[in-house]
Design a protein around this ligand. Structure first.
Ligand SMILES: Cc1cc2nc3c(=O)[nH]c(=O)nc-3n(C[C@H](O)[C@H](O)[C@H](O)COP(=O)(O)OP(=O)(O)OC[C@H]3O[C@@H](n4cnc5c(N)ncnc54)[C@H](O)[C@@H]3O)c2cc1C
Length: 221
């Protein structure tokens, strides 16, 4: 479908041909692969099949699009990233949540603050959609008030031991890797937790009023 939007400020005239092409590609994908399934997924509260969709989105280069190409992402401009979010949001807000969280809250912190080993292992897997990430900040008792976080991380021997819980986490139950924020003796630190490690539980929240085509849930440590 040809792009036709409401553009009172003629933003379109500021976009490059490449940016417009990205927008059209994402629109075509959303129309063909997602839109036909959204109403049913929302009504039945059965999240979209991310095992199928994420690798297709990875092939289009729309997961973590602004992360540099050396890590398997598209190395796009932030404008293109905004257009990707706009087109995904147009069809389903929960899937846009996946795109926004993957890029800004999972891949960006790994790229900026992770070790070389974490970057080279996780960024290509996340960009390709072969693995899914989530971001755990919000908690049951304190919401997203960072200064009051109750999740703690303490070093015992050579290991970190994390205790606490996170709530309202996008892709919580299906994530292969979680960027988790916890209080340590030296302030708040981010940790990468892989699915299946001892003491790490992931759960989907049910009976939501909105964002019902997407996975939101809880993490327990
Ligand atoms: C669908 C969904 C997906 C989510 N995904 C994630 C995720 O992937 N990872 C994650 O960590 N979290 C996630 N969240 C949680 C989300 O980030 C928080 O719910 C959000 O940041 C609001 O925080 P809160 O719930 O603590 O609300 P509060 O901070 O209690 O806010 C309630 C109201 O009070 C206002 N308020 C709060 N503090 C102040 C202040 N100091 N001054 C003035 N006004 C204030 C707020 O603006 C708001 O209107 C998700 C939430 C939803 C609903």
């Amino acid at each position: 479908m040809k792009f036709r939007g409401v553009d009172y400020y003629d933003i379109d005239s500021l976009l490059t041909a490449e940016e417009k092409m990205t927008r059209q590609t994402v629109r075509d994908f959303m129309e063909a692969e997602v839109k036909p399934h959204v109403a049913e997924a929302f009504n039945d509260e059965r999240p979209l099949d991310m095992a199928k969709l994420a690798p297709k989105m990875g092939e289009l280069g729309i997961i973590g699009s602004f992360i540099p190409r050396e890590y398997g992402a598209a190395g796009s401009s932030y404008t293109e990233f905004g257009l990707i979010c706009q087109e995904v949001e147009r069809v389903d807000s929960a899937l846009r949540s996946f795109i926004a969280v993957s890029a800004g809250l999972v891949m960006y912190p790994i790229w900026k603050y992770g070790s070389d080993a974490q970057r080279s292992k996780w960024l290509p897997l996340l960009a390709s959609g072969k693995k899914i990430g989530c971001f755990g900040l919000t908690e049951p008792n304190v919401g997203s008030d960072v200064s009051s976080l109750e999740t703690t991380a303490k070093k015992q021997g050579g290991n970190w031991v994390i205790n606490g819980a996170k709530q309202w986490i996008s892709e919580a139950s299906i994530a292969d890797i979680a960027v988790v924020w916890a209080k340590t003796d030296n302030g708040i630190r981010g940790f990468l937790l892989e699915k299946g490690i001892k003491g790490f539980e992931q759960k989907r929240t049910e009976k939501k009023g909105s964002m019902r085509a997407g996975d939101v849930g809880e993490l327990y440590f």
